[in-house]
Write a protein that binds this ligand. Structure first.
Ligand code: ADP
Length: 376
């Protein structure tokens, strides 16, 4: 077995290869072949040794024999794939047994390729190069996508922070300078604008904090451990009332219809967050005015919250992706507010409470979001 020398600079090598075989003559020959082709090679005589090497040396590709004393090639492959950080490393089986069953077992385990001994040196090099190229192409594509998302998120967040702040700052200055000469109606309108801007910022921060709490498992734990009986009708009245001024500013008629008391088990603040995000969207997407109908009723042992609007609607093709994080439809064209978190949070929060959400919508005709929760 060769000790991993200090890891090579990626510019000096075509790639780092871990070669595992109990046949020392083969190890030597294949190492020579790979090194001539500018690969950095570390060798091991069995699976256990290879695993211990991988604690310090993460190869770009693994070539392994199947029949070895102790941990064989299949077991070694299994152990490698159990470590999530090692899953992307391409794995090529190398064996003297060219039987179809061996090849099938290797592929069925998920190995990337297979070489039967004796093999042509060029075949090995071509396979190694092809596998490494594929990994690098995928890494480059992923990196590009990450960069694209990063830029998109920075643009969305700066816009979502700057717009309400500019509005609050602008109106606060006007009120400060002109309040003595201003009539009550104008002053009240300006204060409404300031309040809307501030609420937008508060909702953004609340949603971001909620996302972190969901990811860290806190929300799931809280709902399971501290969930209490909550009357949805009380929270919904409060939420709808709080949106009345914003709805009026946007010429949206906001109506509420409640069957009566509906008790579910859960966390009041999280359930109200779901309501807020749905009502907020309903108003937001009634561009230039419209009607948002909020209904809470009992149906087959479930509390059913329906938020329906006659706004811009959503094309069928987007019905699934709008529940994904940071996904928004035609953000640029619609000059829309928000960062694309409301629905994903609503879905997660409802699911933590044993509930669900669905959308029915047609472009240009409006949308209906239906959330269901089991009654306590
Ligand atoms: P945000 O509202 O912050 O963009 P959401 O996760 O709440 O994020 O919604 C994601 C996207 O789904 C929105 O950007 C919008 O494109 C679409 N959407 C949500 N609700 C509605 C609605 N009531 N009418 C039309 N489109 C909607």
């Amino acid at each position: 077995m060769s000790e991993p020398s200090s890891p090579p600079n990626s510019l000096d090598t075509e790639g780092k290869i871990l070669l595992v075989d109990d046949d020392s003559a083969l190890l030597e020959a294949v190492t020579d072949l790979l090194e001539v082709n500018k690969f950095h090679v570390v060798t091991a005589i069995d699976g256990e040794t290879a695993l211990s090497i991988m604690r310090d040396y993460i190869p770009d590709l693994i070539i392994s024999d199947i029949t070895m004393p102790g941990m064989d090639g299949y077991q070694f492959f299994d152990a490698v794939r159990q470590n999530s950080a090692w899953i992307p490393i391409p794995f090529i089986f190398l064996t003297a047994r060219g039987q179809q069953t061996d090849i099938r077992t290797g592929y069925s385990l998920g190995a990337d390729d297979y070489l039967v001994k004796p093999f042509e040196p060029e075949d090995l090099i071509v396979k190694v190069q092809a596998r490494l190229k594929r990994v690098r192409d995928i890494q480059a594509a992923t990196q590009n996508e990450v960069e694209r998302m990063k830029h998109q998120l920075i643009a969305i967040f700066s816009h979502e922070l700057r717009t309400p702040l500019t509005c609050i700052y602008g109106y606060a200055n006007l009120l400060h300078e002109d309040h003595t000469t201003m009539d009550d109606r104008t002053m009240s309108q300006m204060l409404d604008e300031v309040a809307e801007g501030a609420e937008r910022l508060v909702r953004l921060v609340e949603n971001l904090m909620l996302l972190v709490r969901i990811d860290s498992g806190v929300v799931g734990m809280e709902v399971a451990r501290y969930g209490m009986e909550v009357d949805l009708s009380v929270g919904l009245k409060r939420v709808v009332e709080s949106f009345k001024p914003v709805a009026a500013m946007h010429n949206v008629v906001l109506d509420l219809q409640i069957d009566g008391e509906l008790i579910v088990k859960g966390m009041k603040n999280y359930l109200e967050n779901v309501m807020k995000n749905l009502v907020d969207n309903g108003i937001k997407f009634c561009k230039g005015g419209g009607h948002v109908q909020v209904t809470l009723k009992e149906q087959k042992g479930q509390a059913v919250l329906v938020v329906s609007d006659d706004g811009i609607g959503i094309a069928q093709v987007d019905h699934e992706r709008i529940f994904e994080r940071f996904e928004q439809v035609d953000r640029q064209e619609l000059e829309q507010q928000g960062v694309g978190l409301g629905l994903t949070l609503a879905k997660d929060l409802l699911e933590y409470h044993g509930g669900s959400i669905e959308v029915k919508s047609k472009l240009g005709e409006g949308s209906t979001f239906t959330a269901r929760l089991p009654l306590a």
